[in-house]
Design a binder for this molecule. Structure first.
Ligand code: PSU
Ligand code: MN
Length: 315
């Protein structure tokens, strides 16, 4: 059998030497943007991470091999391919056994990142509790993963296609610290504020790194949500985006869309309704999160160095 899990050598070496690495997911790229725009977003993420002195590690599934640290041609293959599965925790084994190409969700990316020893991961928005959960029981596997897998996820909060108060309740139950990155409110993806307070906040990368290190040192195995509002100039007008989301949800109900198709369907309808403005905001916040994640990974690596045993002096 082919290997089902692989770590690129550069990623393996960086992790082993304590150098900063940032995991990046591929679902947002493969299913969140039409190509070739998706590739531009991917290269923006790559530059944002490298530009701040960390190594980007895209995660995806290539012909059944779950891979941490995709080569550029492999990122291209997932970004532009037309038979790329959306792979969450429950889909990993099936994608591997059937030798499929797949883009990993937040949940699946966290699993692969943790296995590779990567502690920081950047994405756009996490999945959550969907509106109408009373009828559908649709709760993203991302939330369960955050409850059990020790990776810090830098995101712009969650989209209000979700039920944000219930998403926060779920994260509280699962013991996941939700930490505002320079904010006291949960950002709602396209907008900087949701009116929902977060329980904790940090002001900068060094403080975020100390929180991640403390979670580790306490032996807590849950992930961490670092909620980073999108840049002011990129935010969309709240009423406009809420109207687009409301009509997207109604049209999903009419069309009977559910399960793993729901999130991509809603995102497409919102992009249509905003004439592509939602995609521009989405790209900007992804790159912004990748940059913040890189700074946090660099700060975390510096903490590791402080705590490492003093090196014997030369000579
Ligand atoms: N939210 C977004 N954009 C996305 C996703 C979520 O604003 O692209 C993707 C992420 O990969 C996330 C996944 O992990 O959708 C969640 O899907 P589901 O709700 O089916 O678990
Ligand atoms: Mn779902």
């Amino acid at each position: 059998m082919e290997p089902v899990f692989e770590i690129a050598e550069e990623v393996r070496d960086s992790v082993a030497s304590g150098a900063p690495v940032v995991a990046l997911e591929t679902t947002a790229i493969a299913h969140g943007f039409p190509s070739p725009g998706s590739l531009e977003v991917a290269s923006g993420l790559d530059r944002a991470v490298r530009g701040r002195g960390a190594l980007p590690a895209f995660v995806g599934v290539l012909a059944g091999t779950v891979t941490v640290g995709l080569e550029w041609a492999q990122v291209e293959r997932l970004a532009t391919g037309d038979d790329v599965m959306k792979v969450s925790r429950r889909d990993l084994a099936a994608a591997a056994a059937a030798k499929r190409d797949g883009a990993t969700t937040v949940a699946a990316t966290m699993i692969a990142a943790a296995r590779a020893g990567i502690q920081v991961f950047a994405t756009g928005g996490i999945g959550g509790v969907h509106r109408g959960v009373e009828e559908t029981l649709d709760v993203s596997a991302d939330l369960e993963e955050l409850g059990r897998t020790p990776v810090a996820v830098v995101c712009a909060g969650a989209k209000s296609i979700l039920d944000l108060p219930r998403t926060m309740e779920y994260l509280e139950t699962r013991g996941v610290p939700v930490v505002g990155y320079g904010t006291g409110e949960l950002p709602a993806f396209y907008v900087r504020e949701s009116g929902i307070p977060v329980p904790h906040r940090v002001e900068d990368a060094a403080a975020a790194a100390r929180l991640i290190a403390a979670q580790r040192a306490l032996g807590l195995t849950a992930g961490i949500v670092l909620a980073n509002p999108l840049p002011k100039g990129e935010a969309l007008e709240e009423e406009r985006i809420e109207a687009a989301i409301g009509s997207a949800i109604r049209s999903a109900r009419t069309a009977g869309i559910g399960g793993k198709e729901l999130t991509p369907y809603l995102l497409d309808r919102v992009a249509e309704a905003t004439g592509g403005d939602s995609l521009r905001a989405n790209a900007a916040l992804l790159v912004n999160n990748a940059g913040a994640a890189a700074e946090i990974a660099v700060a975390l690596a510096a903490l590791g160095e402080q705590n490492a045993a003093p090196r014997p002096r030369d000579g």
